[in-house]
Design a protein around this ligand. Structure first.
Ligand code: AMP
Ligand code: MG
Length: 401
């Protein structure tokens, strides 16, 4: 049996990056950028007024002038006015150009405006270019402000819009098939018999994928029947880029999945990992390099393996640089009764000192899925250690992005 690290290595070997596609900016949220976003001009593009108030020539104030007749109004969205009279001022609004001949903006709060005359309050010093956002101070024209490989979240989308990208180059999202297996598993709308359970893993997988921007997904379910499994696997291997199976990879008499995949030309890269939950995890690729993840059907195993292996794989395959890596401290002593790598679900609390604490939520067994809804993710506790004192720093995998 291989270790978690070996499984990581084998999964990340020869990952083929999906090609890039140009999409409208509105449809790009959550996708991985495949071009650098460049400032198409200086940012800000002009000396920008940052407060509603007046703009003056500071020299006049330095010479003792405190009362400035208003010579005009500089509105945002209009070319710069010129202050011809250095002893006067122009009213300015946030977002407007700094008028020519002005080098200081004083907010309305600091002046008295009466009969078109602005009198500056006493008691504070004015500085050159105060309340002016200088041209190019956020980035010079041509500078690379968002590198390719970044996930387009709200601020990156806003930035793309600001530099005129109606369309952006992003990674094509893989088409993903989710296949649940098991005679006991039925669709959620059906009447459930005492010996049956409702499909839940496929929904968990789909929700996690969509949350992370993988919206090209389809769910299937097959009974533990060799012919049906064979025809379903053929279909999904043809029509999808990635196949995620749930169930049927353990040692049971009806766990046909590995043998059928092998017969269909999907080469087993590993089966079973020294971990709990998730030990029966199966991974293989077909001749075209399409990956197949066989996740153990127990709901905690399915979700842990999905977040621990499948999502990191997908994120690499779409070219995500610098994926999120989080750590938390255990909020209490933890005793582990196995020498396997242990994935422990935790509830996160942020302490007053800023430390993220993970409170263990122990499950009865890997079928105890209700406990997961009280957790935020899980920590990975290394193999061959049995005692983890309170405060131990552990890698944390969040249920989510
Ligand atoms: P298996 O990996 O097929 O041996 O299944 C392990 C356990 O997980 C069994 O108790 C199954 O009933 C359960 N299980 C399998 N598939 C699902 C599913 N899609 N949703 C919920 N539970 C499942
Ligand atoms: Mg099964």
């Amino acid at each position: 049996m291989i270790t978690v690290r070996q499984a990581d290595k084998l999964i990340s070997k020869d990952i083929k990056k999906y090609p890039s596609v140009r999409v409208p900016l509105e449809g790009a949220f959550g996708k991985i950028l495949r071009e650098d976003l460049i400032a198409d001009r200086d940012l800000p593009p002009f000396d920008r007024v940052m407060m509603d108030g007046i703009a003056i020539d500071l020299r006049s104030w330095k010479e003792g002038n405190r009362a400035f007749p208003v010579r005009g109004i500089q509105k945002p969205g209009t070319p710069a006015l010129v202050l011809k009279d250095p002893a006067g001022c122009l009213e300015v609004m946030t977002g407007a150009l700094l008028p020519v001949g002005c080098d200081c903006v004083i907010p309305f709060e600091d002046i008295q405006l009466k009969n078109r005359r602005a009198v500056i309050n006493n008691g504070f010093a004015l500085k050159r270019m105060q309340n002016v956002h200088r041209k190019g101070s956020d980035g010079k024209k041509g500078s690379r402000l968002v590198p390719g490989g970044t996930r387009l979240m709200t601020s990156q989308v806003a930035f793309a819009a600001s530099v005129g990208k109606k369309q952006v180059l992003v990674s094509r999202i893989p088409r993903i098939a989710i296949v649940g297996t098991g005679d006991e598993v039925i669709a959620i709308g059906q009447k459930v018999k005492p010996y049956q359970i409702r499909q839940s893993n496929a929904y968990a997988i789909e929700a996690a994928l969509r949350l992370c921007g993988y919206d090209q997904v389809e769910r299937f379910h097959v009974r533990d029947d060799k012919a049906k499994l064979t025809s379903c696997f053929k279909k999904v291997l043809k029509g999808f880029d990635v196949v995620i199976l749930s169930g049927g990879v353990s040692m049971g008499r009806f766990d046909y999945v590995p043998a059928i995949l092998t017969a269909l030309g999907v080469k087993e890269i590993f089966h079973k990992v020294k971990e709990r939950p998730g030990k029966p995890l199966w991974f293989g690729k077909n001749k075209k390099g399409k990956p197949v993840f066989g996740l153990p059907g127990n709901p905690i195993s399915t979700q842990v393996c999905l977040y621990r292996y499948v999502l990191p794989y997908l994120n690499r395959s779409v070219g995500l640089k610098e994926p999120r890596k989080e750590f938390v401290c255990l909020s209490e002593n933890v005793e582990i009764k196995t020498n396997l790598t242990y994935f422990l679900p935790v509830k996160i609390k942020c302490q007053h000192d800023g430390r993220l604490m993970g409170a263990p939520v122990f499950f009865h067994n890997s079928g105890d899925y209700p406990c997961l809804s009280r957790t935020d993710g899980f920590v990975e506790l290394p193999a061959n250690t049995f005692h983890f004192p309170k405060g131990t720093v552990a890698r944390f995998y969040r249920w989510g992005l």
